[in-house]
Write a protein that binds this ligand. Structure first.
Ligand code: APR
Length: 320
């Protein structure tokens, strides 16, 4: 059977890391697309040359021609600009919206059957716009944010408890911005919910609150340290986890920016919710029970995403 084809639209920091991870995991043949002349070709060649030592097979191609993504099974989109220190993800909206238009049209023309994972920020608005521009079914276009935000939360929790990250589960929902919703009640260490761990005296509410805030600021913390761009290792790893679940029909339960209809009081918008990803794309949106405080946080986050979508419509009339 032919290897799956993975098209990476954007061959920058995240795109290159995605290609390397896809190679090492032997997920399929990789096409790196970018408008920067030479960058996708150079990275494709460099990664291919790591094959003999790492021991993987696969074809790696760099291109600036959308025709080369033809028939891709998965497209992962990182095209656009990242944040610099002092910028919020929302500051990227105008410039990255134009990029989503060209990418959406390219995918529509050449890879209309792909499962599309958007990473470009501001995420929830960009995945919505990408879906609009591409016209693909909603269940085949999804944004990567919740897996990353949850991974950051899990990492910080593992440090606090001094336990393996593998034994920490966590859910971060809502928009991928300052209003994201880390759900403490649904996060566990070895299956024990965090509020119970406070009762057991293993941590304090204050410490949990500061971990929640550090999670919300997780992207900005890295931007502040790197100074020239934003995080790329963990974002790429998170998107690969989603792509693998689709390609192998794993039916992983992963929080993603998915199109939500008739759940969470929504009638059709993209926001971070727990989903099941399998061979059909987003196979299920899981609506969890929320208390009043959690609902208030979720609604605040949803309103922030709605504001960004309206801003997109104001910039590009074809979206209105
Ligand atoms: N089509 C294709 N590629 C494009 C386009 C376009 N219209 N415009 C820009 N690019 C390419 C750039 O040439 C660059 O190589 O997108 C790439 C982006 O790479 P980086 O600048 O290294 O950014 P990266 O860190 O990979 O982040 C990409 O993901 O997490 C988000 O906020 C982040 O929006 C940013 C995106």
């Amino acid at each position: 059977m032919a290897r799956p084809k993975i098209a990476l639209i954007g061959a920058g920091q995240i795109g290159g890391t995605l290609a390397h991870l896809a190679a090492i995991k032997e997920l399929g043949d990789v096409v790196l697309f970018d408008i920067a002349e030479g960058t996708p070709q150079g990275k494709a060649l460099d990664i291919a040359q790591s094959g003999p030592s790492e021991g993987f097979d696969g074809a790696f191609k760099g291109t600036s021609d959308y025709a080369d993504i033809a028939g891709a099974d998965v497209c992962i989109v990182t095209a656009g600009v990242p944040r610099k220190p002092g910028m919020s993800r929302d500051d990227l909206l105008g410039i990255n919206l134009k990029v989503m238009k060209s990418v959406g049209e390219g995918i529509k023309a050449h890879a209309p059957n792909a499962f599309v994972i958007c990473i470009t920020n501001p995420l929830d608005a960009m995945v919505w716009a990408l879906r609009e521009f591409s016209g693909l079914p909603h269940e085949k276009v999804v944004g990567m944010a919740g897996v990353l935000d949850s991974a950051r939360f899990r990492h910080f929790l593992s440090l606090e408890f001094g336990v393996s990250m593998r034994d920490v589960t966590a859910f971060v929902l809502g928009g991928h911005g300052d209003t994201m919703v880390p759900l403490v009640r649904y996060s566990t260490v070895g299956g024990i919910p965090l509020p119970d761990l406070v009762k057991m005296g293993w941590t304090t509410q204050e410490k949990l609150d500061s971990i929640v805030q550090r999670t919300r600021d997780g992207g900005a913390e890295i931007v502040g340290l790197l100074k020239t761009g934003s995080a790329f290792y963990a974002p790429a790893t998170s998107a690969i986890e989603m792509a693998e679940s689709y390609l192998k029909d794993q039916k992983r339960v992963l929080p993603c920016a998915a199109y939500v209809q008739n759940a969470y009081g929504l009638d059709g918008m993209y926001v971070g919710v727990p989903t099941v990803i399998g061979a059909n794309g987003i196979e299920k949106v899981i609506e969890i029970d929320m208390n009043a405080e959690e609902q208030a946080m979720m609604h605040k986050s949803i309103d922030a995403v709605k504001g960004l979508v309206e801003a997109c419509k104001g910039i590009d009339n074809s979206l209105a």
